[in-house]
Design a protein around this ligand. Structure first.
Ligand SMILES: [Zn+2]
Length: 84
């Protein structure tokens, strides 16, 4: 797993959430074109629903200093370096 990879040709802004039980973090990734105006959004199919779910948010949370450590935690590529 690890954090979702950026997709070329898309905005890739992130929104980090946790579920109601507090045990599962999740990440939304904006799949609009780079440099788009207005809110970020991601649309995705969801089990049992005839239409996709769409998430809309304002702030790319990658730009928040408080989230830098969360990016590191979710990046499995960094695990080996931290153990040394
Ligand atoms: Zn966006």
């Amino acid at each position: 797993m690890g954090r979702p990879k950026d997709v070329e040709g898309q905005c890739n802004a992130r929104l980090y959430l946790a579920d109601d039980f507090g045990d599962n973090p999740m990440t939304f990734r904006c799949n609009l074109p780079p440099g788009h105006e207005g809110t970020h959004e991601e649309s995705f199919p969801h089990d049992g629903q005839p239409k996709p779910v769409k998430a809309i948010w304002h702030l790319d949370e990658r730009t928040l200093p408080e989230n830098e450590h969360r990016l590191d935690d979710n990046d499995s590529d960094d695990l080996d370096e931290e153990e040394e």
